[in-house]
Design a protein around this ligand. Structure first.
Ligand SMILES: [Zn+2]
Length: 202
């Protein structure tokens, strides 16, 4: 009698664990599918503003973890002409600027030539705006920035194959810089944007 009850209890435990595993597995699968589709329900992550003029349409040429130059990076490359005004995607404080770079190309020696602005947000994440034009930085370290404020001009400096804006949001994980997935406000609402599509700033 004791053995039989023990057997049933063990069986129930195994079945419960099996069901728990299946239902748990469904949650991340659904999230990945929704992320790919650009729609996530009950998402509480911050909403970023596309960093160019309202009404202007810009092509996302390279998205997350692309093999060309975003290997392991959740960054986005927006194709735009040199000297396109760049607007802050989110409120924050400027923590880094560089505007004296002139060279560009796909050589490692150009990595440090990229003019850039880094802005820290209230949740200790940072936004990086890269490849800005020579002297194309309108802000200084310590400045308080509001979302939508004009902060600089796009360009083609540093490790760059063509004029574009490299935009990424990252945080520090044990002093290592780690890029994070972000969503933008689009005409259809907040979306995780996809390469090969044009997006209008709203
Ligand atoms: Zn890039």
């Amino acid at each position: 009698m004791y053995n039989r009850s023990y057997f049933i209890k063990t069986l129930v435990l195994i079945i419960s664990l099996f069901i728990a595993t299946i239902s748990f597995a469904q949650v991340p699968n659904k999230t990945v599918k929704d992320l790919k589709g650009g729609r996530v329900e009950n998402d509480t992550t911050p909403i970023y503003r596309l960093p160019w003029k309202v009404g202007m349409k810009v092509l996302l040429v390279q998205g997350w973890q692309s093999n060309l130059s975003h290997r392991g990076e959740l960054a986005q490359d927006f194709k735009m002409k040199v000297n396109t005004p760049i607007y802050a995607a989110r409120d924050g404080i400027v923590t880094q600027v560089k505007s004296d770079g002139k060279k560009a190309g796909l050589k490692e020696e150009y990595l440090s030539e990229g003019n850039n602005i880094v802005i820290m947000h209230c949740d200790s994440t940072f936004a990086g705006y890269w490849h800005l034009n020579y002297s194309g930085v309108f802000v200084s370290i310590g400045d308080t920035i509001t979302q939508g404020q004009k902060i600089g001009l796009s360009g083609h400096t540093g490790y760059s194959a063509f004029p574009h804006l490299h935009f990424m949001v990252f945080k520090y994980d044990k002093e290592r810089r780690r890029t994070i997935p972000i969503r933008f406000q689009t005409r259809k609402g907040p979306r995780y944007i996809r390469p090969g599509r044009r997006y209008r700033a709203v």
